[in-house]
Design a protein around this ligand. Structure first.
Ligand code: ATP
Length: 201
């Protein structure tokens, strides 16, 4: 079995996330893609991030109509800071050795990976599926390889994937400013945002 993992803050989940998950599913022949919201304990100061249940509810609403997409609460339910390497180990144990794991991430996130906890171990546990992200400088693979040996070989860069220039930061800014985010987040997510009064400050 081939399973994709898409971790994120998802504050809120937006069409950039959905496009990358679907593209990874299609191109890598994944049976399922798990959306894994980060636990709130990741953030330095409380209040910087919406509560886990709100972020999980938005993900649930966003993916409800795609039978290949699934919400995973592994990181939300674990106490303390959660490292991606531990998430991978946990899912490997849960899903079994026969399952191949594909860690989906944007190129901006990949650039940070050398600073993550045990990045070499992560490369051992999964294949990275890297998405281009508009508005960020092109990936310098040589420089990245110097910071994280073996990363290139363990990555599939989907350079011709559809690109959507949207970020959760911009979505939050627009909502706070009273501007439209129609089509940037699915309608079902907008409903959750409205009902919970998120990002209005
Ligand atoms: P924020 O603006 O709050 O930093 P974000 O939009 O980057 O949020 P995250 O939840 O932090 O969203 O992202 C989770 C993953 O999705 C990361 O790997 C990130 O690189 C990737 N990602 C998010 N938006 C896009 C996009 N528009 N195109 C490609 N990758 C994206």
């Amino acid at each position: 079995m081939r399973i994709g993992l898409l971790g994120g803050t998802f504050d809120p989940v937006h069409i950039g996330h959905l496009v990358m998950a679907e593209e990874a599913r299609l191109r890598m022949g994944l049976e399922r893609v798990l959306f894994i919201p980060a636990g709130a304990q990741w953030m330095k100061t409380a209040g910087e991030i919406s509560p886990s249940d709100a972020r999980a509810e938005m993900v649930r609403a966003a993916i409800a109509d795609n039978p290949a997409f699934e919400l995973s609460l592994v990181d939300v339910e674990r106490p303390g800071p959660t490292y991606s390497v531990d998430t991978l180990r946990l899912l490997r144990d849960q899903l079994g050795q026969a399952t191949e794991l594909f860690f989906i991430l944007g190129q901006d996130a990949l650039e940070q990976m050398p600073e993550w906890h045990l990045p070499r171990e992560m490369l051992r546990l999964c294949t990275l599926v890297v998405m281009p992200r508009p508005g960020v400088p092109p990936l310098d693979w040589d420089a990245l390889e110097r910071r994280l040996l073996g990363v290139r070989e363990r990555s599939r860069f989907l350079g011709d994937a559809p690109q959507v220039q949207v970020s959760a930061t911009e979505v939050r800014r627009r909502i706070t400013a009273g501007e439209s985010v129609r089509y940037l987040v699915p309608e079902a997510v907008l409903e959750v945002i409205r009902r919970r009064g998120l990002y209005r400050n």
